[in-house]
Write a protein that binds this ligand. Structure first.
Ligand code: PLP
Length: 414
């Protein structure tokens, strides 16, 4: 199906990449343009996108309001550096603070840069108390990004080992292992850091019991509780932040259960509507660690990205009910595959952040889906991961389920 990948101007994009790019990626498709939940390659093939650029294109591609906001802002101001204020950081910070119930925001260009900043805050916080209080407790199979401090808190040997020695004092425990959490956290813990749902780690949900224990231990030992909502955040699970499900009154818990509130949330992927933008959202205690001049960014929070992010959050407010409905439908359709095929073990995730775990590696399914014009991904070896745009429709979900059904009907993937 995808034979000629050369763009119409005759230049050989993939050839040039092969010759001149550092070999960090392996590309087979050249994307030319996108609209809604579809992407088109340079040869004119259409793909239904269940990855949304790794969770970035939350409103699909070329959303009219996002495009208009971008155009207007490009004409007015793109960048002025953080030596000066522009009109959009303040209002965007207000929206993020109100959505999270935290107080202050620092803008970055990526998820990893958020993790870096959060670690600096954790270290600064610990240092105020004692020189030995620099430990960070993180989870096995977590992912924090590719920079040095971010890989130091990434619970995957393959990302860490080639670059050791990394920053000291990071302890890894298994997700949802409350006993391990209790023995890992102590007076030298500066922060407990985890994703409410591990994304790269295979859509593994953290349960309330574990999160509540983390909050309790963080309070007891004066450590910061940091939620990495870079992938789960900003509507993907049906709430602004995934941790808010732990406090949902619909959970039928007695009213005296204390809400779980982090000291810091980091978020990024969908925030800038495709422009590089992340946010460290902190309470006053954590934010107070950053004094003038101690942290900064040349590009972070530029006028264009912030303006577009405000547009995104405005649209998101009206979209949350739809994300929940679509997400429930998606979950139930995936569940049908679990019932039908014994090598499909279960459905994971919430909203439009979904996975199915197989008893066998899932990589070949990704390729077969791509041949059928469907973009999905496999993570943690055996988990097929789906991060479609929030605007995905039932008919498009049916299309994916139909394709998976056809592929699975041939037997367990090899
Ligand atoms: C993607 C991701 C990161 C890293 O973000 P980058 O923008 O790629 O640096 C960190 N944490 C989680 C949970 C992520 O999904």
């Amino acid at each position: 199906m995808h034979v000629d990948q050369r763009p119409p101007d005759g230049s050989d994009t993939l050839g040039l990449e092969g010759q001149y790019l550092i070999r960090s990626y392996s590309h087979s498709i050249v994307i030319d343009r996108g609209e809604g939940c579809y992407m088109y390659d340079a040869a004119g093939n259409r793909y239904l996108d269940f990855m949304s650029g790794i969770g970035v294109n939350a409103l699909g591609m070329a959303h009219p309001r996002m495009v208009q906001a971008m155009h207007e802002q490009v004409d007015q101001l793109v960048h002025c550096s953080n030596l000066y204020a522009h009109a959009h950081q303040g209002p965007l910070a207000e929206r993020l603070a109100k959505a999270s119930r935290l107080q202050r925001v620092f803008f970055t260009n990526s998820g990893a840069e958020c993790i870096e900043g959060a670690i600096k805050i954790a270290k600064g916080h610990g240092r105020k108390i004692s020189a030995d209080k620099y430990e960070i407790v993180a989870l096995n199979n977590s992912f924090g990004g590719r920079t040095l401090a971010a890989i130091a808190v990434t619970g995957q040997e393959k990302h860490r080992e080639p670059f050791e020695p990394l920053i000291p004092g990071v302890k890894f425990i298994d997700a949802n292992d409350v006993a391990a959490l209790e023995s890992a956290v102590g007076e030298n813990t500066a922060a407990i850091l985890f994703e409410p749902i591990l994304g790269e780690g295979g859509i593994v949900q953290i349960d309330r019991e574990f999160a509540a224990k983390a909050a309790e231990l963080a309070r007891k030992h004066d450590a910061l509780l940091i939620f990495d909502e870079i992938q789960t955040g900003l509507g993907r699970t049906g709430k602004h932040f995934a941790y808010q499900w732990w406090n949902d009154p619909g959970r039928n818990e007695s009213a005296d259960v204390e809400p779980i509130l982090p000291d810091i949330i980091v978020t990024a992927k969908p925030l800038g509507g495709g422009l590089p933008l992340g946010a460290i959202i902190a309470n006053e205690k954590a934010a107070g660690v950053i004094t003038p001049g101690i942290h900064g960014s040349t590009f972070g929070g530029n006028a264009l990205a912030c303006r577009v992010a405000i547009e995104f959050l405005d649209i998101l407010d009206g979209l949350l009910p739809q994300i929940n409905e679509t997400g429930d439908y998606f979950g139930s359709q995936l569940h049908g595959l679990v019932e039908k095929y014994d090598f499909v073990q279960g459905v994971r995730g919430r909203g439009v952040m979904r996975g199915i775990n197989l008893t066998v590696p899932g990589k070949s399914v990704v390729g077969q889906c791509q041949e059928r014009g469907l973009l999905i991904n496999c993570t943690a070896d055996t988990v097929l991961r789906f991060l479609p745009p929030y605007i995905i429709e039932r008919g498009q979900i049916d299309e994916l389920i139909g394709a998976l059904d056809e592929i699975f009907a041939q037997g367990p993937p090899e």
